[in-house]
Design a protein around this ligand. Structure first.
Ligand SMILES: N=c1c2ncn([C@@H]3O[C@H](COP(=O)(O)OP(=O)(O)OP(=O)(O)O)[C@@H](O)[C@H]3O)c2ncn1[C@@H]1O[C@H](COP(=O)(O)O)[C@@H](O)[C@H]1O
Length: 107
């Protein structure tokens, strides 16, 4: 299993977004602003959905990677920390109590 996490990617995106490297796709996206980044998120989500319906696992893997990357850029452009999204997910999980059950050995 890869050790690379969404937090790692988010950190890289933060560095690239703050850079003045004209070759950075992240920098270019940030310059275009929230509407353009939101459009990309929508496009990548639709492409991922289509790949899933077609049963194309390789295509879906690639589109899911594009979607997660663009979503992280959108969050940053909207000044929302990935940590805040994770905290919301943790809050929902705590409400169900499933985290504890999932970490307990079955039986
Ligand atoms: N994970 C990604 C990633 N996923 C997708 N993409 C880029 O997303 C773009 C999507 O291509 P599209 O054809 O859909 O879009 P487009 O060419 O911009 O055309 P438009 O739709 O905008 O008109 C491609 O240029 C991909 O390279 C990414 N670009 C960067 N990253 C990560 O971000 C890091 C920093 O990248 P830079 O900012 O380029 O240094 C990289 O090391 C990666 O870890």
């Amino acid at each position: 299993m890869t050790e690379f996490t969404l937090s790692d990617l988010d950190r890289i995106i933060g560095v690239r977004a703050a850079s003045d490297d004209a070759m950075s796709y992240t920098r270019k996206l940030m310059d275009k602003g929230v509407p353009k980044i939101a459009q990309k998120v929508g496009e990548e989500a639709v492409e991922a959905a289509i790949a899933a319906v077609r049963g194309d696992r390789s295509e879906l893997t690639g589109e899911a990677a594009d979607l997660l990357y663009h979503l992280l850029v959108l969050l940053r452009a909207s000044d929302i920390a990935l940590d805040d999204v994770m905290a919301e997910l943790a809050r929902r999980t705590a409400q169900t109590g499933l985290e504890e059950k999932a970490s307990r050995p079955a039986g």
